[in-house]
Design a protein around this ligand. Structure first.
Ligand SMILES: *[C@@H]1O[C@H](CO)[C@@H](O)[C@H](O)[C@H]1NC(C)=O
Length: 156
């Protein structure tokens, strides 16, 4: 997990997002330099686990490193389905921690906290059907087209 949470790129994306907000503070910037605030850590864990649930069978076939599901199977002797269930429960438990940290004292504005929450929700939604990139699927393509390309019908 020490490597997994940082390698999912959520900390980098959220750091960039922070710089794009209009509520940058010295404490906020320092927190990225010295340690990552808990809420960013939890967000990254959720994105990592959702990514693993979404793409692991295909990535393993491509010869990628073992993911959280395989690690849990190896550690506990669980079946793949049991391991997936375990990871889903971990995601739920991590959301609870995130919700606690959302109202805890932090150097961040409410807007940035909301950006972190939305980013995490978006990632979980994106990985629901694979990642739509390493493994192309119609569902992700449809969602992107619907969001960006297709016009939103205006009420008459
Ligand atoms: C977060 O998502 C909600 C629901 O889609 C939206 O109303 C809100 O404006 C978003 N907040 C930010 C800061 O992007």
């Amino acid at each position: 997990m020490d490597n997994a949470w940082i390698s999912v790129s959520a900390p980098v994306l959220l750091c960039h997002a922070y710089l794009a907000t209009d509520s940058i503070t010295k404490e906020g910037l320092q927190s990225f330099e010295e340690y990552y605030p808990n809420i960013i850590y939890w967000s990254s864990i959720i994105v990592r686990l959702a990514d693993d649930l979404g793409t692991s069978p295909y990535e393993l076939k491509r010869g990628d490193v073992p993911k959280s599901i395989q690690c849990h199977m190896h550690d506990s002797g669980a079946s793949e389905e049991e391991a997936r269930e375990h990871i889903r429960k971990l995601i739920d438990a991590t959301w609870k921690k995130m919700n606690e940290d959302r109202i805890a004292k932090s150097p961040f504005s409410q807007i940035f906290i909301e950006i972190i929450m939305n980013f995490t929700r978006m990632a979980q939604c994106l990985y629901q059907n694979g990642d739509g990139h390493a493994v192309e699927d119609d569902e992700t393509k449809e969602r992107v087209l619907s969001l960006i390309v297709q016009p939103i019908p205006a009420p008459k």
